[in-house]
Design a protein around this ligand. Structure first.
Ligand SMILES: [Fe+2]
Length: 211
């Protein structure tokens, strides 16, 4: 039991949202069709990420996804204790990873939050032999305070400097844009399809902290 004069603070936390969206199947097949259409005119959808913002389209699937992303941002802001009005825009792009494709470690400068919605995640055939530590199609996030694991001991929250997820279709993730992440290679013949986005704040002077 803590002593009456003991304060144990939770300083500099990193919040990351994982949310499985309900009834995603219909939207996912519509999103796949849209992305296939875009690929007919632009073979580099993933690297030309400033074009083809799916969140600007008025279709049932993109409207559904926009509303889910907006709702999740509201949940995130509430969870971190923001109790004033915040206005943002969503800048999104489609990612299509074919065999061998990956995204090396990066963060997303000049944004407040970043996220990804997973449309299709291939499964490796069980006959395929890989090294046991290979994690195809996973995403790994890295502790922004990397040195914290240097002296950590079993059971303390800083023991593992990375957090890895194998996403499934219908999963929406959201995190602070500064967080480094790595998308592991796709080793399947099937495509891995996702829609990533940045949340860019429409600036207001009341965002400034009183310091
Ligand atoms: Fe990213």
């Amino acid at each position: 039991m803590n002593g009456q004069n003991t304060e144990i603070l939770d300083l500099w936390p990193t919040k990351l949202v994982k949310k499985k969206l309900e009834n995603a199947e219909e939207a996912n097949s519509e999103l796949i069709k849209l992305i296939r259409e875009w690929e007919k005119t632009n073979k580099s959808l993933t690297t030309d990420y400033r074009e083809n913002n799916p969140f600007e389209l008025d279709t049932p699937a993109t409207n559904w996804l926009r509303s889910e992303v907006n709702q999740t941002i509201i949940e995130y802001l509430k969870a971190i204790g923001i109790n004033f009005s915040v206005d943002w825009q969503i800048h999104g792009w489609a990612n299509v990873n074919r065999t061998g494709d990956y995204h090396d470690p990066h963060n997303h400068p000049h944004c407040y939050l970043s996220g990804t919605y997973y449309v299709r995640i291939p499964k490796l055939p069980s006959t395929r032999r890989q090294r046991s530590d290979v994690r195809p199609n996973h995403i790994t996030f890295y502790d922004p305070r990397t040195p914290f694991n240097m002296q950590s001991i079993q059971g303390d929250p800083y023991i593992d400097p990375e957090f890895t997820v194998l996403p499934e279709p219908g999963l929406l993730m959201l995190w602070p844009a500064s967080l480094m992440h790595f998308v592991h290679p796709n080793l399947s013949e099937q495509t891995r399809v996702s829609i990533s986005f940045n949340i860019i704040l429409k600036w207001a002077s009341h965002y400034l902290p009183s310091q």
